[in-house]
Design a binder for this molecule. Structure first.
Ligand code: ZN
Length: 222
C-alpha cells in the first residue's frame, strides 16, 4: 500500500489543492479520502479517476466534498464504473445527481475493505468523522480535538492529521498536537494549512518530532 497526498490546503487557501489523500491498495485500485471543490481537476489531470473505486468523505464542508459528485458522475457517465462511497452519509449529495440514476452510481457495500470511523468535533450540527482505513491509515478530517491519543492512532501505521497554526473553534492547534507521545508524532503528517503558514509549521513540527507536513505529490509507503 502507498499513500499519495493530492492536496494539503485549508478551506480557502490560494494556489493549493484542498486536503485530500489517496490510499493506493494496488496499482489500479485506490481509496480517495475527501474530494474538495478543487480536487477533481487534479484527479482528471493525473488520469486517476478509473482507479478510484472508493470515495470516503470526512464531512460535507465544500473543501472536503465539493467535487465528489463530479468524480462520481464522471466515473458513471464516462468510465461506466460504479463507485463505493462511504465515510459520512452521501444521501444529500446523491440528491444533486440525476433523479433515479444517482443510486445506480454507487455500490452499497464493499467486501474486503476495512473502514472504521470515529466521530470528531468540528462543526456544529454536521456529521464529522475521522477515517481509519485498512487498519493502517488514520485520516483525521477536520477536528478541533487531537486524535493522537485515540485507539486508532495507536494502531495506525501512518496518521494524516488536521492542523492549525494556533488552533480555533474548528481546528486543533499545533501546540495541542505537540503534547502527543514521540511515537505518535513520528508517524504523523500534518495537513489542511495555508501555504503561507508552511515555513512556520514545518519548522515547529520538525522541532516537536512530527514526521512532517503533508505536501501535494508526496508519497508515503505503508
Ligand atoms: Zn471542515
Amino acid at each position: 500500500m502507498k499513500i499519495e497526498i493530492l492536496g494539503s490546503g485549508s478551506a480557502f487557501a490560494k494556489n493549493t489543492t484542498n486536503s485530500s489523500v489517496l490510499l493506493w491498495l494496488e496499482k489500479d485500485n485506490a481509496v480517495l479520502l475527501d474530494c474538495g471543490f478543487n480536487v477533481f481537476p487534479v484527479i482528471l489531470e493525473k488520469e486517476y479517476a478509473k482507479f478510484i473505486n472508493t470515495i470516503l468523505l470526512s464531512h460535507t464542508h465544500q473543501d472536503h466534498c465539493g467535487s465528489a459528485v463530479a468524480l462520481l458522475e464522471y466515473r458513471h457517465n464516462i468510465l461506466k464504473q460504479k463507485t463505493f462511497v462511504g465515510g459520512v452519509s452521501w444521501e444529500k449529495l446523491l440528491r444533486l445527481c440525476d433523479g433515479n440514476d444517482a443510486f445506480d452510481m454507487v455500490v452499497q457495500a464493499k467486501k474486503g475493505l476495512k473502514i472504521e470511523t470515529m466521530e470528531v468535533p468540528h462543526a456544529k450540527g454536521m456529521d464529522c468523522k475521522a477515517l481509519f482505513v485498512e487498519e493502517a491509515l488514520l485520516y483525521s478530517g477536520d477536528t478541533s480535538l487531537s486524535l493522537l491519543d485515540s485507539p486508532f492512532a495507536q494502531k495506525a501505521k501512518i496518521i494524516i492529521h488536521d492542523v492549525h497554526k494556533s488552533g480555533n473553534s474548528g481546528h486543533v492547534g499545533l501546540d495541542e498536537l505537540g503534547k502527543a507521545t514521540l511515537e505518535m508524532k513520528a508517524k504523523t503528517y500534518l495537513t489542511h494549512y495555508a501555504p503561507q503558514d508552511y515555513d512556520f509549521l514545518e519548522d515547529k513540527a520538525r522541532k516537536l518530532g512530527f514526521a512532517g507536513l503533508a505536501k501535494p505529490g508526496m508519497t508515503i509507503e505503508l
